[in-house]
Design a binder for this molecule. Structure first.
Ligand SMILES: Cc1cc2nc3c(=O)[nH]c(=O)nc-3n(C[C@H](O)[C@H](O)[C@H](O)COP(=O)(O)OP(=O)(O)OC[C@H]3O[C@@H](n4cnc5c(N)ncnc54)[C@H](O)[C@@H]3O)c2cc1C
Ligand code: SF4
Ligand code: SF4
Length: 642
C-alpha cells in the first residue's frame, strides 16, 4: 500500500537520539569497545517482498538492478535487452502486464515504508514496449527432446506453459477453441486497455520459438481425450472460465439479460457496435467495470436509431441503439468504499458518467409484456460473511433499463471433459498443478480458480516444470516456500566470467577467500522474505515516484490513443534507482567505509559480480556489527561464528 498523502509530507528522520538527549555518547565506546563479539558478517540473500508477491515469480529486483545500471550486460547485449531477458525468464508478457496487472508486487514493496512503492508495473511496461519496438526475440531451445505436449487453451496460462515447455526442448501444441490466441486477454479485456498490436506481438514471439498451434478446435467436442492420450506425451489444461454466471433471481433468463463475458466477447471480436439507451450492469468487480466502460463507449459512439431491439443476444443487441443521453448504471452489493474493482477503474467509469450504486441487491428482473427485461428491482443490503443480507425496513426501489448485464463471475465449460472435471465447474490441481488421479495431466489458470493474469502465467510455469519432470520419469521436486525465479550467485559469477576453482576435499568453515567456494554467502531466498525492518531505511532519501502519464478514459474514447503512456528511458532509469535492492548488495560502499577494522574490502578487480562486491577478512573482523548496522539492504547478517 502506498504511503498516504499525509505520511508522504513527513520526512522520516530515523533519529539515533530521543527527545531531550543532547549529548552524544562516545561513538568509539558504543560502536567498537562494546561491540566485540565472536560473530562475523555473512552475506545473506533473501527474497524481496515484491518478488515474493508476484504470482508470475518475476525476478523483479534482478531486472531493476539491470535497468538502474548495477548489473551490467555482457558485451554485445544492451541493458534493455538484458533486462528483457531477465524479466521474461518468468513472464513472457511484459508489455501486456505493464498495462493490466493490478501489481500486487507494488502493494508489498518495502519502499512503501519509506515514501511510496517503486513503479514496478510502469517499468515492466517500459521493458515490454522497448522489446517490441526493438524486435527482441526469444532464443530457441538448446536441445530437442522430441516429447510432445498438448496445451489445451491458448490463454495466458496455456501460452506461459507452452513457452516454458519449449524452452526446455519439448514440442508443445496449443489446441485452442477460438480462431486466435490470448484467451480473456483478447476476448475479455477491452482493446483500449491492451492494444491488439501489443498482444499480437507478445503472442507471436512465443510462437516463433517453435510452439505449434491448432486453432478452432474445441477439445471435448472436435477432439476427445482419447486422441490426446494417443498423440501426446502429456497434457496441460488451461481452458479458463468461459461461461458467465447470472444470478438466480426471477426474470434473469429474459432475452435481453446477458452475462458480461458474452457481452465483452461480442465487443472484442467486433460483433457488438452499439447498445440500447439504458443499461444496468450488476457486478462490482473489474469485469463489471470493463462491461460498463464498453457500454458507455458504445453508447457514446452511437448515432443509430432510438428504441429497443425486438430480440436480444450479444449478436443482435447491435441491431438498434439510442442516440445521445444513454444511461449506464452499475450496481453492487458492496458499499462503494469496499467494491472489489480497483479505485482507478471505478474513477474511470465515473469519469464517463457511469452511475455507481453500492449496498444494493437485485431482487428480480422486471419484464414487459413481451417477456423482455425492462428494469431491475433492488433492496438495500449489507454484507455478512461475504453474502448479501437484505436490510429489514431498508429502501426498495426499481431501476428502468433496456439491457441488463450480469458481471458476477464465471465458471469453466467442461462439456465433454467430465473425466477431468471436479464437478464444480473447475479442474482440481495438486502441488505442482498435476490433475489428481490423471498421471501426465496438468492444469493451471482460471480453471483451477479464477484470479489474475499474473497468476495464470505463474501456474503455467510451475506446471511446465512438473511436466518436464514427468517426461523425464522423475518425481516433481517439492516447490520452495518462496516460489519464484531466484537470483543465483553462482550464475552471476559465471555471467561475470568467474569460474570456481576445484574443491580440494578438505573441510573448511567460514572461508573468506578460498577460490573453490562462494564464500561468506548464505542463500535463504527460497524460504525467507526480507522485511523493511531488516533494512537500514535511513540510508535512502525519500523521493516521489515517477509516474506514467495516465489519461482518463473519456479522453481516450474521444481522441483515441493509449490510456497509459510508457515512461521515457531516463525516467525509467531514475525510477529503477528508487529500488532499495532489498536482500541483495546495492554496492553503496557503506560497509567498506564504516568498518573500523578495515576488515571489509571490495573484491579484487575482475572478481566482481552482482551480489559479490565486498568480502570480509575474518582475521581482521572483531564482530562489532557496524557493517550490519549500515547495510541498507539487510544483506549483511552477523552469523558466522555462531
Ligand atoms: C473482462 C475481464 C477483465 C479482466 N481484466 C483483468 C485485468 O485487468 N488484470 C488481470 O490480471 N486479470 C484480469 N482478468 C482475469 C484474467 O483475464 C484471467 O485470470 C486470465 O485470462 C486467465 O487465464 P487462463 O489462460 O487461465 O484462461 P483464459 O484467458 O480464459 O484462456 C482460456 C483459453 O482456453 C480456450 N478454451 C476453453 N475451453 C477450451 C477447450 N475445450 N478446447 C480448446 N480451447 C479451449 C479459450 O477459448 C481461451 O482462449 C480479467 C478477466 C475478465 C473476464
Ligand atoms: S506481473 Fe504483476 S505482480 Fe508480477 S511484477 Fe508484473 S506487475 Fe508485479
Ligand atoms: S525496494 Fe526494490 S527490491 Fe525492495 S521490495 Fe521494492 S522493488 Fe522490491
Amino acid at each position: 500500500m502506498s504511503a498516504s498523502v499525509e505520511d508522504k509530507s513527513i520526512r522520516p528522520t530515523f533519529r539515533r537520539y530521543r527527545d531531550g538527549e543532547a549529548t552524544p555518547g562516545s561513538w568509539r565506546e558504543v560502536l567498537f569497545q562494546a561491540g566485540h563479539s565472536h560473530k562475523c558478517p555473512t552475506y545473506v540473500q533473501r527474497t524481496p517482498p515484491c518478488q515474493g508477491s508476484c504470482p508470475s515469480g518475476e525476478d523483479i529486483r534482478g531486472w531493476l538492478d539491470i535497468v538502474r545500471g548495477l548489473d551490467k550486460p555482457r558485451q554485445g547485449c544492451t541493458w534493455q535487452e538484458y533486462a528483457f531477458r531477465r524479466l521474461t525468464d518468468a513472464n513472457p508478457f511484459p508489455a501486456v502486464m505493464g498495462r493490466v496487472c493490478p501489481a500486487p508486487c507494488e502493494a508489498r514493496c518495502n519502499r512503501n515504508d519509506l515514501d511510496d512503492h517503486v513503479g514496478i508495473n510502469a517499468l515492466e511496461q517500459f521493458i515490454g514496449d522497448t522489446a517490441l519496438r526493438e524486435g527482441y526475440r526469444f532464443d530457441p531451445p538448446e536441445r530437442e527432446t522430441a516429447r510432445k505436449v498438448a496445451v489445451i487453451g491458448g490463454g495466458p496460462a496455456g501460452l506461459s506453459c507452452a513457452y516454458q515447455l519449449r524452452r526446455r526442448g519439448h514440442t508443445p501444441t496449443i489446441i485452442e477453441a477460438k480462431a486466435k490466441l490470448g484467451g480473456m486477454l483478447r476476448y475479455g479485456v477491452p482493446r483500449y486497455r491492451v492494444p491488439a498490436e501489443v498482444l499480437d506481438g507478445e503472442v507471436q514471439r512465443i510462437l516463433d520459438i517453435g510452439v505449434q498451434v491448432r486453432p478452432n478446435c474445441r477439445v471435448g467436442k472436435d477432439i476427445g481425450l482419447e486422441e490426446l492420450l494417443r498423440d501426446y506425451d502429456a497434457v496441460f489444461w488451461g481452458i479458463g472460465t468461459q461461461v458467465g454466471r447470472k444470478l438466480p433471481i426471477p426474470g434473469a433468463d429474459a432475452p435481453n439479460c446477458l452475462d458480461g463475458i458474452e457481452f465483452l466477447h461480442a465487443f472484442n471480436d467486433g460483433r457488438l457496435r452499439s447498445v440500447p439507451r439504458r443499461i444496468i450492469v450488476i457486478g462490482g468487480g473489474d469485469t463489471s467495470i470493463d462491461v460498463t466502460t464498453v457500454a458507455r463507449k458504445l453508447a457514446g459512439e452511437d448515432s443509430g436509431a432510438a428504441g429497443r431491439p425486438s430480440t436480444y443476444t450479444a449478436d443482435t443487441v447491435t441491431a438498434q441503439a439510442a442516440g445521445g443521453g444513454a444511461q449506464v448504471t452499475l450496481t453492487t452489493i458492496f458499499p462503494l468504499e469496499s467494491m472489489q474493482a480497483s479505485r482507478r477503474e471505478v474513477a474511470d467509469a465515473r469519469s464517463l458518467n457511469v452511475e455507481v450504486q453500492g449496498g444494493v441487491m437485485p431482487l428480480e428482473i422486471l419484464l414487459d409484456g413481451q417477456g423482455n427485461a425492462c428494469g431491475v428491482r433492488y433492496a438495500a443490503c449489507r454484507i455478512e460473511k461475504n453474502v448479501p443480507v437484505r436490510i429489514e425496513g431498508g429502501r426498495e426501489y426499481e431501476l428502468e433499463g433496456d439491457l441488463v448485464i450480469f458481471a458476477v463471475g464465471q465458471r469453466g465449460d467442461l462439456q465433454g471433459l467430465e473425466a477431468v472435471s471436479n464437478g464444480r465447474g473447475a479442474i482440481s490441481a495438486g502441488g505442482v498443478f498435476e490433475v489428481p488421479g490423471h498421471p501426465g495431466h496438468f492444469v493451471g489458470g482460471d480453471i483451477v480458480t479464477p484470479h489474475l493474469l499474473t497468476t495464470a502465467i505463474g501456474h503455467g510455469w510451475i506446471a511446465a516444470e512438473g511436466i518436464d519432470a514427468y517426461l523425464a520419469g522423475a518425481e516433481p521436486a517439492r516447490r520452495p516456500k518462496v516460489d519464484e525465479h531466484h537470483f543465483d550467485l553462482l550464475k552471476a559469477l559465471r555471467h561475470a566470467g568467474i569460474e570456481l576453482a576445484d574443491y580440494p576435499h578438505q573441510q573448511v568453515r567460514g572461508t573468506c577467500d578460498a577460490g573453490f567456494a562462494v564464500h561468506n554467502f548464505d542463500n535463504r531466498a527460497e524460504r525467507e522474505i526480507v522485511k523493511s525492518s531488516d533494512l537500514f531505511l535511513g540510508h535512502f532519501t525519500p523521493e516521489p515516484r515517477i509516474e506514467r502519464e495516465e489519461r482518463r478514459l473519456a479522453a481516450v474514447f474521444a481522441e483515441g490513443g493509449e490510456r497509459i503512456k510508457t515512461l521515457l528511458e531516463d525516467q525509467a532509469v531514475a525510477e529503477a534507482k528508487r529500488c532499495m535492492s532489498c536482500g541483495l548488495c546495492l554496492e553503496c560502499d557503506n560497509c567498506v567505509v564504516y568498518c573500523p577494522q578495515t576488515a571489509v574490502k571490495k573484491v579484487p578487480k575482475g572478481q566482481h559480480a552482482i551480489g559479490r562486491y565486498v568480502f570480509t577478512d575474518y582475521n581482521r573482523c572483531i564482530g562489532c556489527h557496524v557493517c550490519h548496522d549500515v547495510c541498507p539492504t539487510g544483506y549483511i547478517q552477523m552469523g558466522l561464528g555462531e
